[in-house]
Design a protein around this ligand. Structure first.
Ligand code: HEC
Ligand code: HEC
Length: 360
């Protein structure tokens, strides 16, 4: 590792730790110097050959996107963080966004199905909110288009936080300490539904996966991941066909597919006429960055281990008209299966150092 690279990585680590805690936008340091100077096409030890073109498809973006109507600022992120951890946004005063999107569970909850104010299990597993800034369709069925639109759904859903939006705004208005936070984030705009939801969205935009071993390898550090993981990356892209849907740096095409699970839930199909066969039983391809290695997996939490997930793809899923054409049975050797899992593990970055807010 040259000095330049070391300092860039160091700078990144500092931005990530200090920056995220302070609500400043973390960025991935990327630049031509990082990638071209160090990337060797052939690994010295065993010669696993991975083309630079393929690697380039997985390179992290430079900056966090935010809509022009709600540009990202540290003040908004700080306010949003406070709201995200505040259980007073729920009917019972006991459930916050962070009850289900817990930092220690990779911003999910580690459960098969989430549980909110009523104790009734939700119909679907809680997804991570990491890298949510890049989502173009939110929820397993894509029923929200932006983070701003999404934030109202859990607050008002009966079994999640169960509060009318107006009531949430009234409650926040009644808590003295929130006024200066709102004033700093949205000067002159007051405590309203738009500013409350905008702040929640802004905080979530700052939750960006830390640099994983995989990223270091993509950036040219051949020693960052094992040879098994490099072979697994090729299985992921070739024999395993995973990248047909889990593509790009977040390992998702942001699209919807029926992968042939037994679940009765028709997912995206709820918003399409039955004649649009391909949308029946279709769910959003989840990211594989910082996903819970200990499971459970899938929208219904129906799979407990990665072995089970891979077996499902080997089998090709339940045959029905809506089954994605990309779902084709695959055959992997025991070695390829192990390599694939070794690769998936390299997608885990360090946990984000987000300091818990003091609630006003
Ligand atoms: C009771 C558990 C629970 C609580 C509380 C909760 N969520 Fe969620 N969250 C879920 C579940 C379950 C889903 C998936 C729902 C679906 O797809 O039908 C989800 C989905 C999301 C998504 C979409 C992620 C994606 O990949 O599409 C975002 C963003 C999100 N929640 C943010 C929030 C915010 C902000 C709050 C607080 C205002 C919150 N959640 C409160 C359980 C919860
Ligand atoms: C046809 C598109 C497609 C292909 C091909 C595909 N996936 Fe998926 N994957 C999805 C979708 C969609 C889901 C969510 C399905 C659901 O819950 O209904 C998913 C879910 C997963 C999950 C669970 C993640 C979570 O957070 O619950 C893992 C792990 C996974 N896929 C890994 C793989 C691997 C490994 C391969 C290759 C062997 C692969 N996928 C091939 C589309 C695909």
């Amino acid at each position: 590792m040259t000095e330049t690279r070391f300092f860039i990585l160091l700078a990144f680590a500092i931005v990530l730790t200090v920056g995220t805690a302070a609500g400043v936008m973390p960025r991935t340091p990327q630049g031509p110097a990082l990638t071209s100077a160090f990337a060797g096409p052939v690994s010295a030890a065993t010669g696993v050959h991975v083309s630079e073109d393929l690697k380039a498809k997985y390179r992290r973006p430079e900056a966090i996107p935010a809509p022009p109507s709600n540009p990202l600022t540290p003040e908004k992120a700080e306010l949003g963080k406070t709201l995200f951890f505040d259980p007073r946004l729920s009917r019972t005063g006991s459930v916050s966004c962070a009850s289900c999107h817990q930092p220690g569970f990779d911003w999910g909850d580690g459960l098969k199905r989430g549980v909110g104010v009523t104790g009734v299990p939700l119909p679907r597993k809680t997804p991570t909110v990491l890298n949510a800034a890049w989502l173009s369709a939110l929820m397993w069925d894509g029923r929200a288009g932006t983070l701003e639109q999404q934030a109202v759904l859990p607050i008002t859903a009966e079994h999640e936080m169960g509060l009318e939006l107006e009531e949430a705004v009234t409650r926040v208005n009644a808590i003295d300490g929130y006024a200066p936070l709102f004033e700093a984030a949205y000067p002159g705009e007051g405590i309203r539904a738009e500013t409350l939801l905008g702040a929640l969205a802004s905080f979530q935009r700052t939750l960006v996966s830390g640099e994983a071993p995989f990223d270091k390898w993509i950036d040219g550090d051949e020693a960052a991941i094992s040879e098994a993981a490099k072979r697994g990356f090729l299985v992921f892209n070739e024999a395993g066909r995973c990248a047909k849907c889990h593509s790009g740096w977040r390992l998702t095409d942001d699209s919807f597919h029926d992968i042939g699970l037994e679940s009765e839930d028709i997912g995206r199909g709820q918003f399409a006429p039955p004649s649009v066969v391909i949308m029946q039983h279709a769910f959003k391809t989840p990211t594989l960055r910082d996903f819970r290695l200990s499971g459970p997996y899938m929208h219904d939490g129906s799979m407990a281990s990665l072995d089970e997930v891979i077996e499902h793809y080997e089998d090709g899923g339940k045959k029905r008209p809506s089954l994605s054409p990309e779902m084709q049975a695959i055959t992997l050797s025991a070695q390829e299966r192990a390599d694939l899992i070794a690769y998936l593990k390299t997608l885990q970055g360090p946990p984000l150092d987000v300091k818990m807010p003091r609630l006003p």
